[in-house]
Design a protein. Sequence first.
Length: 270
Amino acid sequence: CHIMNLGIMRASNTLSSVLKGRTSSLSSQSHFQVIRPFSAAPVRFPQASAPLMLVTDDSFLDDKFLSKIEAAIQGGATSVQLRLKHVSTLEYVRLGEKVKALTEPGNLPLIIDDRLDVALAIDAQGLHIGESDLPWRIARRLLGPNKILGCSTYGRADLVREALHPDVSADYLGSGAVFGSPTKQCDLKGVEHLPELRRLILAETNRTVPLLAIGGVDVQTAGECVENGADGVAVVSGLLRHEESSAVKKAAAGMLQAVNAALQARRISD
């Protein structure tokens, strides 16, 4: 009986130790789960991506197309929007993959214009859409919460408000056409409409949503756009019209310098 009682006591002690160990382990796991901090969603299009967006156009689609994009990046382009209106889906995807290979080393956002299918196919960082493209709320739903969505506003208050609606949550906005451009014919708004767009963005959201001035912007006018309220410029022919890659690189560097100088002056005045 004594031996039997001793065995029972030892078994009981062993079971008690095992249970205490498991309870301690579960308590420890539960503890870590409770105190683990919530990870906020990252900013999809940071201010650092806004100063100089290169935007492409079919009219510059030749054997120098990729080398010019590379030169613009070397000169200081902070993001690239691949806009091609007259190519097949297959060609768009193949060019998108080649451009992505140029933007990835510097971690530059690659934005696909208009074509959600192409953006998803190459896993681009984002999509840019205008009023006549895919409805913006549907675009955000299909694109998901972690991709960049840029919207063209044409300088219109109603489109700014729609772009900033929570169901769209645009990451940056394009202005109306500031100056005349050989790549796109539309009503000119001038730099005069930029201050009001900036005020409207600040009134509609507490998020940081960069405003990019677009339409005929070049080295001489990039700084003026920022002085009037833009956070950066989106440039097509101002960069790609140059025949040599060295000239593209030089133009990009000049624009970035002008934009950054204007941004610095604005920060000091604010």
